[in-house]
Design a protein around this ligand. Structure first.
Ligand SMILES: [Zn+2]
Length: 92
């Protein structure tokens, strides 16, 4: 259990390796797929996200955790420019 300070969890200073694309889904231990994250945040992330893919994580967030007036959107990096253009068209 992480130490508490003023009622909030303290972010650990110990860092651990996290595979952005899980190794169970083919993620490699290469620099572009590894993030260094606080160990307590890392445990919390896997407690929440398990090894779901990004689309399923977004679905869980939308269905259970955020204000229903908002949608958490997951977009493949290669599609970001198209999504931004589409968004601009909708709001012009
Ligand atoms: Zn991890």
């Amino acid at each position: 259990m992480a130490k508490r300070r003023h009622g909030k969890r303290k972010v650990s200073k110990r860092l651990t390796h996290h595979h952005r694309l899980p190794s169970s889904k083919g993620g490699r231990s290469t620099e572009d797929n590894i993030s260094m994250v606080p160990d307590n945040a890392h445990r919390a992330w896997h407690g929440f996200a398990l090894n779901y893919d990004a689309l399923n994580i977004a679905k869980i967030i939308n269905n259970h955790f955020i204000d229903p007036a908002y949608r958490f959107v997951c977009v493949k990096t290669e599609d970001v420019k198209c999504v931004i253009q589409f968004y601009k068209l909708l709001h012009e």
